[in-house]
Design a protein around this ligand. Sequence first.
Ligand SMILES: [Zn+2]
Length: 240
Amino acid sequence: MQYPIKILEQVQRVDLEIGAIEGEGASVRSAIEVVEAALKSGEEALAALEAELESINNQRREITAHLEETNAKIAKATARIGEVKNDRELKALTREKSQGAKTSKNIEFELSGVQSRLDEKQTEADEKSGEVEEKKGELERLTSDLDAGKDSRESAVAEKSKQREELAADIPAGLLKKYETLRSNRGGRAVVLVKGEACQGCFIHVPPQLYVQLSRGEDELISCPHCHRILYVEDQPAPV
Ligand SMILES: [Zn+2]
């Protein structure tokens, strides 16, 4: 009996096509995972920035309140200067006013520092927020790509699986099993052509004796001595 290697090669072709179709879905899914991870870390960074912004804002509120309090004290001292009765009082109020002015100046300096930190963080948060929005859009696009292609991929796989089943029906169970094992061990390619006397699976030359056997189309299953893939030649007689 001659092994139906050519049919097995067709089975392999269909299997590779199925693998490619499934691979398309898988690659979109892995792209989605990458974007999801980026989105998650972006959202975390944004939340951290927002917490920082809140704490700086609180700080600014406190400093502003302190400034207002100080300025009110200055205004009060200024008003009282007009009503002083003696020199001692005038001196005390004048000192109070000038100390208040000094404090006020320091607070204003502190406030401007806080404000610039706030502006800086706000810019950072705005940028991060833009990135997060961008990732959300990307995720939406990829998800819709995945959904859109799903039906057509599923029907293509169903069609190819039927084709494969029909082809595989003509292959002895033992050979099919050998093919399956080889296929999973050899990256999907179990049946390979010998071209220029070299195995097209591992590209190592096959021994001349083996090549002669292959060319004669002998009733024997011939495997590559190096990679163990099932070999065939282009001009092998049609399987019986
Ligand atoms: Zn080989």
